[in-house]
Design a protein around this ligand. Structure first.
Ligand code: ADP
Ligand code: MG
Length: 455
């Protein structure tokens, strides 16, 4: 049968499935859980869907996968497996997030796949740019990669999304594999660990599961926050961990928070995870962002003026992943246009990215910067005091909160000592009026805005 034809047919039947589901579920359930699901592809009996969050994915796999599959089959599509991936808002698939649902009797009984996930060839030490925010994590990772004996166990890396945790883990794995090809280095996400474990349970293969994990030389588990609340998996992880530590095998763990801050993780696991070296990766500084942009644009053969590089380093502040995304887009546009990449082009091509980046500024940060600038106390932001020297900066902060965050007026009011939203409106109007006649206030606002958007 013609592939496209089949694809369209399934897409159509997905539409029908949706309307069936809409009929059978209550309105809120449909709106909150099914509506965000998008059709991705249909290939060889595998229906691929995507959702915006891992949480939603798990929820659907656990609660609605069988229903979706059945309704879809009722609509005439042969579906053997349902795969759900997580896609970010900018449509990027988040690697390693695929979850599969299939009926029991159709599962292959060869359940072993390699317990280690593939390593990204680009994630090496050579390709990692080091600066203040990540120098400790980098040094620790190198130490682990190079030392013959286990020096600290585990190495626990933590930091926000897209700051290089996975990159560093892969770099350690590459480096060890290169030096000692015989060593069994296993890297996988906590999520995959869980799926392997559940699979083993279901196939009554738990002994060989344990065997497999307990025979590794170096075990790396990425994004361990994922197993919070998954009690059985935590338990198994804990045992695996202990066994390996006892055997003096190196363990590297990553998470989005420090062990102590991983709320919901069992206490004994928390404390065990903190035994070795805990190294955090801080949010990127301007210098490091600029360094990364320079090196990555060179790698991509993308010629950017220093004006553009500095602009990007100022504006794209969240993480390296977004910086790479921006460069990729510029590379595509640049090659289509065959011309130098101008500032106008940058602003146009990256419109949405630039917007989401400026949205991340919090009211707390605004209050902090404003109080620093005017040399008043942070508590003055919340206090009822009305003297001009305090009330004016407070109004400035409210004005900035409105202009550079997406918070609503009542939300802003609450953040300023529980003030009413009319007070916020008054503050904004006042500042707008004064700015017209007072260039120094206008300058203050501009300066503060720039500081906030670039720090
Ligand atoms: P995390 O695991 O912390 O979410 P990743 O390791 O996946 O982040 O990093 C996201 C992207 O950014 C990857 O492509 C990675 O290569 C890149 N990256 C992160 N930090 C650096 C750095 N210091 N130097 C070069 N590339 C980096
Ligand atoms: Mg990662």
């Amino acid at each position: 049968m013609d592939e496209d034809f089949h694809f369209n047919e399934v897409k159509l039947s997905w539409q029908k499935t949706l309307s069936e589901l809409k009929k059978s579920l209550d309105k809120n359930t449909f709106q909150n859980w099914i509506k965000p699901v998008s059709f991705e592809s249909y290939d060889n009996g595998i229906l691929s869907l995507s959702v915006p969050t891992r949480f939603l994915r798990d929820w659907i796999i656990n609660n609605y996968a069988s229903v979706i599959k059945r309704v879809c089959t009722d609509q005439g599509s042969q579906i053997k497996k349902l795969s759900i991936i997580v896609k970010e808002k900018n449509e990027r698939i988040i690697p390693g997030t695929e979850a599969i649902y299939q009926d029991k009797e159709e599962e292959e009984d060869t359940y072993y796949d390699d317990i280690s996930a593939p390593l990204d060839p680009k994630f090496t030490f050579d390709n990692f740019i080091v600066g203040k925010p990540n120098e400790l994590a980098y040094a620790a990772a190198q130490r682990v990669a190079e030392s013959e004996v286990v020096s600290f166990n585990p190495l626990f890396l933590y930091g926000g999304v897209g700051l290089g945790k996975t990159h560093l883990m892969h770099a350690v794995a590459w480096s060890i594999k290169k030096r000692s090809p015989k060593k069994n280095v296993v890297y996988l996400t906590a999520e995959k660990f869980m799926y392997q474990f559940i699979k083993a349970l279901r196939f009554k293969n738990i002994m060989s599961f344990k065997e497999q994990f307990r025979s590794v030389d170096v075990l790396m588990i990425d994004d361990v926050q994922f197993i919070i609340g998954k009690d059985n998996t935590q338990e198994e992880f804990f045992h695996t961990f202990n066994t390996l530590v006892d055997k003096k095998r190196q363990i590297i763990i990553s998470a989005d928070k420090s062990p102590a801050d991983l709320e919901g993780l069992e206490d004994r696991l928390k404390s065990r995870l903190g035994w070795g070296l805990v190294a955090d990766i801080h949010p990127l500084t301007y210098e490091l962002r600029l360094g990364i942009l320079q090196s990555k644009s060179e790698q991509k053969n993308l010629k950017l003026s220093s004006e553009v590089l500095e602009f990007l380093a100022n504006k794209i502040t969240n993480n390296v992943r977004e910086m790479e995304g921006a460069l990729n887009r510029l590379a595509v546009h640049g090659s289509l246009q065959q011309s130098d990449i101008s500032m106008d082009m940058v602003k146009d091509v990256l419109k949405d990215l630039l917007r989401t980046n400026s949205r991340k500024i919090t009211i707390d940060e605004i209050q902090k910067k404003v109080t620093e600038h005017y040399n008043i106390r942070l508590s003055d932001m919340h206090s009822p005091r009305r003297s001009r020297s305090i009330a004016r900066p407070r109004q400035v902060a409210m004005y900035l909160a409105k202009s550079i965050t997406t918070r609503s007026l009542p939300e802003i009011g609450r953040k300023f000592g529980g003030r009413d939203h009319t007070t916020v409106i008054h503050a904004i109007k006042t500042i707008e009026e004064i700015m017209v006649n007072d260039p120094s206030l206008a300058e203050d606002i501009e300066l503060l805005t720039r500081i906030l958007q670039t720090s």
